[in-house]
Design a protein around this ligand. Structure first.
Ligand SMILES: [Zn+2]
Length: 337
């Protein structure tokens, strides 16, 4: 049901939209219009560059908007397909979920061609766009809810050429940390579908909370370009941490449920550890205070294991069950089974 106003087979540079049909009370034949750009030049790999999977995650949307304006076909060997804002209604409303259908786009995969707008768009990615791509880049942040130490991240797919290419691509973002993560919050993720189709999938958590610093924008934009150069689809010289005068990347993983700490009660959350620093098992990383019972001792959130605090709660008000901390262990990903 989704129509594209761009032709993926044509050389050159095109701007257009994906037309996702839907109805609302003031229009029976409406379309959700998702901007898309295709920049193609000769033989080479295809990179699918995605942002705004969650509406309130803006650094990637800004980076992809910049890239699609700046790139010309002469910069490209192969093809780059860019979608700056997957969840347009959420991005306009500064919400994680789409206000149009209440869906979390990153739980809609593989999608449903007869479903809601989010489900239809997920199906289009699964059946049309992923099969065109060799590399899938999906740029996230922690949104309004979580503040991450800005990092590129990935799933640990089975050992083999796909994993090796994903490790190299993730490292090409040149973030201080690279992060192996687990799906603690459900199924139906975009990267899982792309991975199952054998794609080189590179994802990020470029900070979070409502404030986006200049440093986070810069890392998002430089990392995205460098990954595209590293993958061979964008011409240029690959920058390494060493060439940038930076210390080596630190790989961390949080693959166990205990690595993700959830608020045991609702209240006011006090972050007590700086992002990116080391903690030990049993250390208090945060405390929940009670506005209506100030004399009550706060409830502490403690680290289950030694590790590095890679993400914290962003808003100060927490509801019971919110993730308030993620503590990751330093590893060498090339020694993992
Ligand atoms: Zn996200």
């Amino acid at each position: 049901m989704i129509r594209a106003s761009v032709d993926f087979s044509l050389p050159g540079k095109q701007f257009g939209h994906l037309y996702v049909p839907y109805s609302y009370n003031m229009a029976g034949w409406a379309n959700l219009m998702v901007p898309i750009s295709v920049i193609s030049n000769g033989e080479g790999p295809t990179a699918l560059v995605l942002a705004g999977n969650h509406g309130d995650e803006y650094p990637g949307q800004v980076a992809v908007m910049r890239l699609l304006r700046e790139l010309t076909p002469e910069h490209v060997t192969g093809r780059i397909i860019l979608i700056p804002t997957l969840t347009m209604p959420g991005a306009k409303a500064s919400t994680r979920l789409s206000p149009l259908d209440g869906k979390n786009f990153n739980r809609c995969f593989p999608g449903n061609p007869a479903g809601t707008p989010s489900e239809m768009l997920a199906d289009y990615l699964t059946t049309v766009l992923f099969p065109l791509a060799d590399i899938v880049i999906d740029i996230h942040t922690g949104g309004r809810g979580v503040d991450f130490y800005p990092c590129a991240h990935m799933h640990l797919v089975p050992k083999g050429p796909q994993r090796e290419a994903m490790l190299a691509g993730t490292e090409a973002w040149n973030s201080d940390f690279c992060f192996l993560y687990a799906d603690v919050a459900g199924t139906g993720l975009l990267p899982v579908e792309a991975e199952s189709q054998g794609k080189i999938v590179i994802t990020t958590e470029m900070g979070g909370s409502e404030n986006v610093t200049a440093a986070v924008h810069q890392l998002t934009q430089s990392g995205l370009r460098n990954v595209l150069v590293q993958s061979g689809v964008l011409k240029g010289q690959v920058a390494t941490r060493e060439s940038l005068g930076l210390p080596p990347i630190r790989w961390v993983q949080a693959l166990n449920w205990e690595d993700y700490r959830f608020a045991p009660e609702s209240g006011v959350y006090e972050n007590m550890v700086t992002l990116g620093t080391e903690v030990v098992a049993g250390q208090t990383v945060g405390a929940i205070h009670f506005l209506e019972r100030p004399e009550r001792e706060p409830v502490n959130v403690v680290a289950a294991r030694d590790g590095i605090l890679i993400a914290t709660r962003a808003p100060t008000i927490v509801t019971q069950g919110d993730c308030v901390a993620c503590i990751a262990q330093e590893i060498d990903p090339r020694r993992l089974p």
